[in-house]
Design a protein around this ligand. Structure first.
Ligand SMILES: [Zn+2]
Length: 403
């Protein structure tokens, strides 16, 4: 049963777009990085209060949540937006560019907060259709700081009034796609991202007498290549693995063999089984190559965000909502997951739900060269926010209506 006319949601979101643009530009001017974002939290809290909602502020981080109580009884759906910027010097030339040098909303989290606040406005106006509650989640620290995990540890899903959280949904804005398109995928959506730190320890000495040293540099080179052979020979091509050694540091000058070589890198996988297996392979290759050459290996693999896994039934439902809201041609099935990572994955480990992309490439940009998220020149096309707000609201209305 559908209790709402979905195309009307898009028209309603487009009607409030000028306000959303103002809000987004306010947020864009004042980005903050990490888990403590007091100025950002203050804007979000003020906007929630303006809607008649009571923000609850985080204790370990500057998160904010609020609950929209529907007129009818029912379960709770969680809608999430992240809040943090990146440590970049903005060079977009926009008149509302960051006023904090070295800090920029380069991943579009300013648009995420705005889309979710826009959805909240649409939902508050439709409370009488709302059969349950909408839990709005605003989280800091998505860019590697595990902000969502902190909120879960603070009891985000454990409060008595939230016991029936039956679904969760989030958008990520993306300049890789045309404005207004929605990109959907059941199952693995984004990868798990884990981090390698390796110290290879030999014995230093004179570069002219390598036989009197234990040179860690050729071993480091062999480890880098052996890891790539490992990926192609051990990994199932239908369960993708990326291992990238992204940082190599050893030695000081021409005539010294150093004692150590230092390597850093990342492991990306899209299934938890493969993730555990790859950790084991990396350990074996590192220990084997280092053992063969008589150096010691000090290896650390730090787990980052888990796989962002879209519940297939929920993803199909939310894609259906998106087709109703923006039209079937604007909803595109992704052939493959993306090997980036997201900490909304922690929420999706607890609640069946989904994350989708909403395209926001300015029409004047060439798709081949448009600056991407995390570029200090990225520009997100603001009309995409109406699509995001409308789909967020539609997913909540229809999930709670049980259709
Ligand atoms: Zn992001």
């Amino acid at each position: 049963m559908s209790t709402t006319n979905q195309p009307d949601l898009l028209a309603a979101a487009q009607a409030i777009l000028p306000d959303l643009v103002d809000l987004r530009r306010r947020l864009h001017r004042t980005p903050e990085v990490g888990l403590q974002l007091p100025a950002t939290q203050a804007i979000v809290a003020e906007e929630l209060r303006a809607l008649g909602l009571e923000p609850r502020l985080g204790t370990s981080t500057t998160s904010a949540t609020a609950v929209i109580e529907g007129a009818l009884p029912g379960p709770t759906i969680l809608l999430r937006a992240d809040m943090d910027g990146l440590p970049l010097l903005e060079e977009t030339g926009l008149e509302f560019a960051s006023e904090t040098p070295g800090t920029m909303h380069a991943c579009g989290h300013d648009t995420h907060m705005t889309m979710l606040l826009g959805a909240a406005r649409l939902l508050v106006a439709r409370r009488e259709q709302l059969a349950g509650r909408v839990l709005l989640m605003f989280q800091p620290g998505e860019e590697g700081y595990h902000g969502a995990r902190f909120m879960l540890e603070e009891g985000l899903l454990d409060r008595p009034e939230d016991e029936e959280v039956t679904g969760a949904f989030a958008f990520h804005i993306w300049t890789g796609h045309a404005t207004g398109t929605v990109h959907v995928r059941p199952g693995a959506f984004l990868a798990a991202a884990d981090f390698i730190d390796l110290v290879i320890r030999g014995r230093g000495g004179h570069a002219s007498e390598p036989h009197k040293t234990v040179d860690p540099i050729p071993v480091a080179a062999e480890v880098v290549l052996a890891l790539q052979s490992m990926v192609t020979r051990r990994g199932d091509v239908f369960d993708p693995t990326v291992v990238t050694i992204s940082h190599v540091d050893a030695g000081t000058t021409h005539n010294i063999i150093p004692e150590t070589a230092f390597l850093q890198g990342t492991i990306r996988t899209v299934s938890e089984d493969n993730r555990a297996a790859v950790h084991g392979w990396v350990r074996r290759v590192v220990e084997g190559v280092c053992g063969a050459h008589g150096v010691t290996a000090e290896l650390r693999i730090d787990p980052g965000y888990p796989v962002t896994f879209n519940d297939p039934a929920f993803a199909a439902f939310a894609a259906d909502v998106a087709r109703d809201v923006v039209g079937p041609d604007a909803v595109i099935e992704m052939a493959n997951p993306i090997m980036g990572a997201e900490d909304f994955s922690y929420v999706l480990q607890r609640v069946p739900g989904a994350m989708f992309f909403v395209g926001a490439r300015p029409p004047e940009e060439d798709p081949a060269t448009a600056p991407q998220n995390h570029s200090n020149r990225v520009r997100h096309h603001e009309p995409a926010m109406a699509v995001g707000a409308a789909v967020y609201a539609g997913v909540a209305l229809r999930h709670l209506a049980g259709s």
